[in-house]
Design a protein around this ligand. Sequence first.
Ligand SMILES: NC(=O)c1ccc[n+]([C@@H]2O[C@H](COP(=O)([O-])OP(=O)(O)OC[C@H]3O[C@@H](n4cnc5c(N)ncnc54)[C@H](O)[C@@H]3O)[C@@H](O)[C@H]2O)c1
Length: 249
Amino acid sequence: MDRFKDKVALITGAGAGIGRAAAQRIAAEGGAVFCVDLNEEAASETASLIVDAGGQATAHVCDVSDESSVNACIEACVACYGSLYALVNMAGMLRFDDTQMLESADWQKVIDVNLTGTLYLCRAALPHLITSGGSIVNAASTAALSGLPCGVAYSASKGGVLAMTRSIAVEYAKRGVRANCICPGDIQTDMARGIDFPASMDWELMPRIQSISGPKPPETVAGLIAMLASEDGVHITGEDVRVDGGTLS
Ligand SMILES: NC(=O)c1ccc[n+]([C@@H]2O[C@H](COP(=O)([O-])OP(=O)(O)OC[C@H]3O[C@@H](n4cnc5c(N)ncnc54)[C@H](O)[C@@H]3O)[C@@H](O)[C@H]2O)c1
Protein backbone atom coordinates (compact mmCIF):
# COMPACT_ATOMS: atom_id res chain seq x y z
CA MET A 1 0.00 0.00 0.00
CA ASP A 2 1.15 3.50 -0.85
CA ARG A 3 -1.50 5.50 0.97
CA PHE A 4 1.01 8.03 2.33
CA LYS A 5 3.15 8.52 -0.79
CA ASP A 6 4.27 12.18 -0.95
CA LYS A 7 2.55 12.83 2.38
CA VAL A 8 3.99 13.92 5.72
CA ALA A 9 2.96 12.60 9.13
CA LEU A 10 3.96 14.00 12.51
CA ILE A 11 3.69 11.43 15.28
CA THR A 12 4.12 12.24 18.96
CA GLY A 13 5.14 9.50 21.37
CA ALA A 14 6.95 8.01 18.38
CA GLY A 15 9.79 6.75 20.58
CA ALA A 16 7.88 3.76 21.89
CA GLY A 17 4.80 1.59 21.85
CA ILE A 18 1.82 2.60 19.71
CA GLY A 19 3.48 5.81 18.45
CA ARG A 20 6.52 3.90 17.19
CA ALA A 21 4.35 1.24 15.54
CA ALA A 22 2.25 3.95 13.85
CA ALA A 23 5.40 5.72 12.62
CA GLN A 24 6.75 2.50 11.14
CA ARG A 25 3.41 1.66 9.52
CA ILE A 26 2.91 5.08 7.91
CA ALA A 27 6.53 5.10 6.70
CA ALA A 28 6.05 1.60 5.24
CA GLU A 29 3.08 3.01 3.33
CA GLY A 30 5.29 5.68 1.76
CA GLY A 31 4.94 8.59 4.19
CA ALA A 32 7.71 10.85 5.44
CA VAL A 33 7.49 10.67 9.22
CA PHE A 34 8.48 13.31 11.76
CA CYS A 35 9.11 11.21 14.88
CA VAL A 36 8.49 13.33 17.99
CA ASP A 37 9.21 12.28 21.55
CA LEU A 38 10.45 13.63 24.87
CA ASN A 39 13.06 10.89 24.85
CA GLU A 40 15.74 11.82 22.30
CA GLU A 41 17.33 8.38 22.13
CA ALA A 42 13.98 6.66 21.63
CA ALA A 43 12.87 9.07 18.89
CA SER A 44 16.21 8.63 17.09
CA GLU A 45 15.92 4.85 17.36
CA THR A 46 12.49 4.92 15.71
CA ALA A 47 13.76 7.18 12.92
CA SER A 48 16.77 4.87 12.39
CA LEU A 49 14.54 1.78 12.25
CA ILE A 50 12.45 3.47 9.54
CA VAL A 51 15.44 4.71 7.53
CA ASP A 52 17.14 1.31 7.78
CA ALA A 53 13.96 -0.23 6.37
CA GLY A 54 14.14 2.14 3.38
CA GLY A 55 11.69 4.76 4.67
CA GLN A 56 11.91 8.48 5.32
CA ALA A 57 12.01 9.75 8.91
CA THR A 58 13.40 12.52 11.08
CA ALA A 59 13.64 12.48 14.87
CA HIS A 60 12.65 15.55 16.88
CA VAL A 61 12.65 16.15 20.64
CA CYS A 62 9.64 17.93 22.10
CA ASP A 63 7.75 17.98 25.37
CA VAL A 64 4.12 18.07 24.24
CA SER A 65 3.10 19.86 27.43
CA ASP A 66 5.39 22.80 26.59
CA GLU A 67 3.57 25.24 24.31
CA SER A 68 6.64 26.87 22.76
CA SER A 69 8.33 23.50 22.27
CA VAL A 70 5.22 22.29 20.42
CA ASN A 71 4.97 25.38 18.22
CA ALA A 72 8.66 25.01 17.32
CA CYS A 73 8.09 21.31 16.62
CA ILE A 74 5.34 21.95 14.06
CA GLU A 75 7.46 24.65 12.41
CA ALA A 76 10.44 22.30 12.28
CA CYS A 77 8.34 19.58 10.65
CA VAL A 78 7.03 21.89 7.95
CA ALA A 79 10.51 23.37 7.41
CA CYS A 80 11.89 19.84 7.05
CA TYR A 81 9.28 18.28 4.76
CA GLY A 82 7.33 21.26 3.35
CA SER A 83 3.86 20.27 4.55
CA LEU A 84 1.87 18.30 7.09
CA TYR A 85 -0.89 15.83 6.19
CA ALA A 86 -1.37 13.63 9.28
CA LEU A 87 -1.04 14.56 12.93
CA VAL A 88 -0.97 11.49 15.18
CA ASN A 89 -0.96 12.37 18.89
CA MET A 90 0.20 9.29 20.82
CA ALA A 91 2.40 10.85 23.54
CA GLY A 92 0.87 10.18 26.90
CA MET A 93 1.35 9.13 30.49
CA LEU A 94 -0.60 6.99 32.93
CA ARG A 95 -0.77 6.92 36.71
CA PHE A 96 -3.10 5.40 39.27
CA ASP A 97 -3.80 7.11 42.58
CA ASP A 98 -6.23 6.76 45.42
CA THR A 99 -8.42 9.79 44.58
CA GLN A 100 -8.32 11.20 48.12
CA MET A 101 -4.52 11.07 48.09
CA LEU A 102 -4.05 12.48 44.59
CA GLU A 103 -1.66 15.44 44.68
CA SER A 104 -2.78 18.47 42.65
CA ALA A 105 0.60 18.53 40.89
CA ASP A 106 0.18 14.90 39.79
CA TRP A 107 -3.33 15.59 38.48
CA GLN A 108 -2.04 18.65 36.62
CA LYS A 109 0.88 16.77 35.06
CA VAL A 110 -1.42 14.12 33.55
CA ILE A 111 -3.82 16.77 32.23
CA ASP A 112 -0.91 18.85 30.87
CA VAL A 113 0.65 15.97 28.94
CA ASN A 114 -2.39 14.00 27.78
CA LEU A 115 -5.00 16.71 27.22
CA THR A 116 -3.35 20.12 26.95
CA GLY A 117 -0.44 18.65 25.00
CA THR A 118 -2.87 17.19 22.48
CA LEU A 119 -4.55 20.59 22.16
CA TYR A 120 -1.19 22.34 21.61
CA LEU A 121 -0.32 19.97 18.75
CA CYS A 122 -3.76 20.21 17.13
CA ARG A 123 -3.85 24.01 17.39
CA ALA A 124 -0.42 24.53 15.86
CA ALA A 125 -0.98 21.91 13.15
CA LEU A 126 -4.44 23.01 12.00
CA PRO A 127 -3.33 25.74 9.55
CA HIS A 128 -1.11 23.19 7.79
CA LEU A 129 -3.80 20.49 7.86
CA ILE A 130 -6.27 22.93 6.26
CA THR A 131 -3.75 23.51 3.48
CA SER A 132 -3.13 19.80 2.91
CA GLY A 133 -6.69 18.55 3.53
CA GLY A 134 -5.24 16.35 6.22
CA SER A 135 -6.40 14.86 9.48
CA ILE A 136 -5.75 14.23 13.15
CA VAL A 137 -5.71 10.96 15.07
CA ASN A 138 -5.67 11.38 18.86
CA ALA A 139 -5.09 8.80 21.60
CA ALA A 140 -8.08 8.50 23.90
CA SER A 141 -8.56 5.22 25.77
CA THR A 142 -11.12 2.73 27.01
CA ALA A 143 -10.65 4.78 30.20
CA ALA A 144 -12.60 7.56 28.44
CA LEU A 145 -15.56 5.21 28.05
CA SER A 146 -15.86 3.39 31.36
CA GLY A 147 -15.09 4.21 34.99
CA LEU A 148 -11.56 3.41 36.11
CA PRO A 149 -11.10 3.24 39.90
CA CYS A 150 -7.96 5.12 41.02
CA GLY A 151 -7.63 6.47 37.50
CA VAL A 152 -9.36 9.83 37.83
CA ALA A 153 -6.61 11.97 36.29
CA TYR A 154 -5.98 9.61 33.38
CA SER A 155 -9.72 9.07 32.72
CA ALA A 156 -10.43 12.79 32.84
CA SER A 157 -7.58 13.52 30.44
CA LYS A 158 -8.72 10.85 27.96
CA GLY A 159 -12.39 11.82 28.25
CA GLY A 160 -11.24 15.34 27.46
CA VAL A 161 -9.30 14.14 24.43
CA LEU A 162 -12.38 12.34 23.13
CA ALA A 163 -14.67 15.37 23.58
CA MET A 164 -12.06 17.77 22.19
CA THR A 165 -11.55 15.58 19.12
CA ARG A 166 -15.28 15.59 18.35
CA SER A 167 -15.40 19.38 18.70
CA ILE A 168 -12.42 19.86 16.38
CA ALA A 169 -14.03 17.45 13.89
CA VAL A 170 -17.21 19.51 13.74
CA GLU A 171 -15.50 22.91 13.78
CA TYR A 172 -13.12 22.03 10.92
CA ALA A 173 -15.27 19.70 8.79
CA LYS A 174 -16.16 22.41 6.28
CA ARG A 175 -12.49 23.34 6.03
CA GLY A 176 -11.60 19.79 4.98
CA VAL A 177 -9.84 18.60 8.13
CA ARG A 178 -10.92 15.38 9.85
CA ALA A 179 -10.27 14.47 13.48
CA ASN A 180 -10.75 11.07 15.09
CA CYS A 181 -9.56 9.28 18.15
CA ILE A 182 -8.68 5.74 19.02
CA CYS A 183 -9.53 4.01 22.29
CA PRO A 184 -6.93 1.29 22.79
CA GLY A 185 -7.03 -1.25 25.57
CA ASP A 186 -4.68 -4.01 26.70
CA ILE A 187 -1.86 -3.17 24.28
CA GLN A 188 1.52 -4.52 25.35
CA THR A 189 3.72 -1.43 25.72
CA ASP A 190 6.00 0.10 28.35
CA MET A 191 3.01 2.07 29.62
CA ALA A 192 0.93 -1.06 30.19
CA ARG A 193 3.89 -2.92 31.72
CA GLY A 194 4.77 -0.10 34.11
CA ILE A 195 1.43 0.27 35.91
CA ASP A 196 1.81 0.89 39.63
CA PHE A 197 -1.51 0.47 41.51
CA PRO A 198 -2.10 2.05 44.94
CA ALA A 199 -2.48 -0.34 47.89
CA SER A 200 -6.10 0.79 48.34
CA MET A 201 -7.13 -0.50 44.89
CA ASP A 202 -10.35 -2.53 45.21
CA TRP A 203 -10.15 -5.06 42.38
CA GLU A 204 -13.83 -5.92 42.70
CA LEU A 205 -14.60 -2.45 41.36
CA MET A 206 -12.29 -2.73 38.41
CA PRO A 207 -14.11 -3.08 35.07
CA ARG A 208 -12.71 -5.56 32.61
CA ILE A 209 -9.28 -4.19 31.58
CA GLN A 210 -7.99 -7.29 29.81
CA SER A 211 -9.09 -8.11 26.30
CA ILE A 212 -11.01 -11.33 25.70
CA SER A 213 -8.41 -12.58 23.22
CA GLY A 214 -5.42 -11.57 25.35
CA PRO A 215 -3.03 -8.59 25.15
CA LYS A 216 -1.82 -7.54 21.72
CA PRO A 217 1.30 -5.74 20.43
CA PRO A 218 1.18 -2.07 19.34
CA GLU A 219 1.26 -3.07 15.67
CA THR A 220 -2.39 -4.12 16.08
CA VAL A 221 -3.29 -0.46 16.62
CA ALA A 222 -1.05 0.95 13.88
CA GLY A 223 -3.27 -0.26 11.03
CA LEU A 224 -6.28 1.54 12.47
CA ILE A 225 -4.30 4.76 12.90
CA ALA A 226 -3.05 4.57 9.30
CA MET A 227 -6.54 3.91 7.98
CA LEU A 228 -8.09 6.82 9.88
CA ALA A 229 -5.30 9.18 8.77
CA SER A 230 -5.43 8.10 5.12
CA GLU A 231 -7.88 8.66 2.26
CA ASP A 232 -9.55 5.41 3.29
CA GLY A 233 -10.95 7.33 6.25
CA VAL A 234 -12.24 10.21 4.12
CA HIS A 235 -15.83 9.96 5.40
CA ILE A 236 -14.89 9.27 9.04
CA THR A 237 -14.60 12.22 11.39
CA GLY A 238 -15.46 12.88 15.04
CA GLU A 239 -15.34 9.14 15.59
CA ASP A 240 -13.79 7.18 18.45
CA VAL A 241 -12.80 3.62 17.64
CA ARG A 242 -12.12 1.02 20.28
CA VAL A 243 -9.20 -1.28 19.57
CA ASP A 244 -9.32 -3.33 22.74
CA GLY A 245 -9.99 -6.95 21.76
CA GLY A 246 -13.52 -6.77 23.12
CA THR A 247 -12.53 -5.45 26.54
CA LEU A 248 -15.62 -3.24 26.77
CA SER A 249 -17.85 -5.26 24.47
N1 LIG B 1 -1.03 0.65 25.90
C1 LIG B 1 -2.34 0.67 26.08
O1 LIG B 1 -2.97 -0.39 26.36
C2 LIG B 1 -3.12 1.96 25.94
C3 LIG B 1 -4.47 1.93 26.28
C4 LIG B 1 -5.21 3.09 26.15
C5 LIG B 1 -4.63 4.25 25.69
N2 LIG B 1 -3.31 4.27 25.39
C6 LIG B 1 -2.76 5.56 24.94
O2 LIG B 1 -2.03 5.38 23.73
C7 LIG B 1 -0.93 6.30 23.70
C8 LIG B 1 0.37 5.52 23.49
O3 LIG B 1 0.52 4.64 24.58
P1 LIG B 1 1.68 3.55 24.69
O4 LIG B 1 1.10 2.42 25.45
O5 LIG B 1 2.31 3.36 23.37
O6 LIG B 1 2.68 4.33 25.68
P2 LIG B 1 4.29 4.22 25.85
O7 LIG B 1 4.54 4.62 27.27
O8 LIG B 1 4.77 2.89 25.39
O9 LIG B 1 4.82 5.35 24.86
C9 LIG B 1 4.51 6.70 25.10
C10 LIG B 1 5.58 7.56 24.47
O10 LIG B 1 5.21 8.94 24.76
C11 LIG B 1 6.38 9.63 25.13
N3 LIG B 1 6.02 10.79 25.98
C12 LIG B 1 5.56 10.76 27.24
N4 LIG B 1 5.38 12.01 27.70
C13 LIG B 1 5.72 12.85 26.69
C14 LIG B 1 5.78 14.26 26.55
N5 LIG B 1 5.43 15.07 27.56
N6 LIG B 1 6.17 14.78 25.36
C15 LIG B 1 6.53 13.98 24.34
N7 LIG B 1 6.54 12.63 24.42
C16 LIG B 1 6.14 12.07 25.59
C17 LIG B 1 7.22 8.61 25.89
O11 LIG B 1 8.59 9.00 25.95
C18 LIG B 1 6.98 7.35 25.06
O12 LIG B 1 7.94 7.21 24.04
C19 LIG B 1 -0.96 7.05 25.04
O13 LIG B 1 -1.59 8.29 24.87
C20 LIG B 1 -1.79 6.15 25.92
O14 LIG B 1 -2.43 6.87 26.96
C21 LIG B 1 -2.53 3.14 25.50
